[in-house]
Design a protein around this ligand. Structure first.
Ligand SMILES: O=C(O)COP(=O)(O)O
Length: 220
């Protein structure tokens, strides 16, 4: 696909785009499900459950007849606590991503993080997995921000002081692409994360890429 324009600022999704967290979601959730005598899932199944925040993730992991708010909140609390204690494990930066971020940084291109992982965990993961990267802004999920609400993307645009048509959001789920569309910025969908090309095509991202090394042609 030909690239129509280069961008002055980049908003990255975290899970499934920069960081492969499928292992930690699978590990923690299966432990919690076992503890509560609920059936566990394969990582292939978990892949589809991630992307729309912790509460939504937990609801989908539970058996249909146990999705009461009370149960979701209780398992959610334990999930968050376990994640906080183990966020450095069972997760890895996708090949080539750290080098790409370092190159973007060295060229002075501003980069930011916009995630539906809790704000606290998003910041911790950024610091641990990308210690050399100074993200201009990090926004994780909170009462104020949750993708696909465009508020987070617009707050980043404001911080970067860049017009919306100079920005692009790179993400791996339909929630990311719809967030970009809601904010009126371009999107690049990537297929190395938690969704397949067929699923991403439905929401019509501007570009779809299947390998991390293709990103530099669009971002640098
Ligand atoms: O917790 C999630 O829903 C995943 O977070 P993400 O927005 O970084 O993909």
């Amino acid at each position: 696909m030909t690239i129509q324009k280069k961008y002055d600022g980049i908003l990255f999704d975290l899970d499934g785009t920069l960081l492969n967290t499928l292992g930690i979601y699978t590990h923690i959730m299966n432990e919690l499900l076992k503890k509560n005598n609920f059936p566990t899932h394969t990582s292939k199944k978990y892949r589809k459950f991630i992307g729309n925040g912790a509460q939504n993730f937990i609801a989908q992991c539970l058996p249909q007849n146990h999705r009461k708010e009370e149960t979701i909140m209780q398992i959610g609390k334990e999930f968050h606590l376990n994640y906080q204690n183990n966020y450095t494990t069972h997760s890895e930066v996708y090949t080539g991503i750290l080098e790409l971020l370092e190159t973007l940084q060295s060229t002075g291109k501003p980069i930011a993080l916009l995630s539906n992982k809790s704000h606290e965990l998003t910041c911790k993961c950024a610091e641990h997995f990308f210690p050399t990267i100074k993200f201009k802004q990090i926004i994780g999920q909170s009462d104020s921000y949750k993708k696909p609400d465009p508020k987070g993307a617009l707050a980043i645009a404001n911080t970067l002081k860049l017009p919306l048509d100079k920005l692009v959001l790179v993400g791996d789920t339909e929630v990311d692409i719809v967030t970009a569309q809601n904010a009126d910025i371009d999107s690049i969908a990537v297929t190395w994360g938690f969704r397949d090309e067929e699923e991403l095509k439905i929401v019509a991202p501007k570009y779809i890429l299947s390998e991390t090394n293709q990103l530099k042609n669009y971002l640098l």
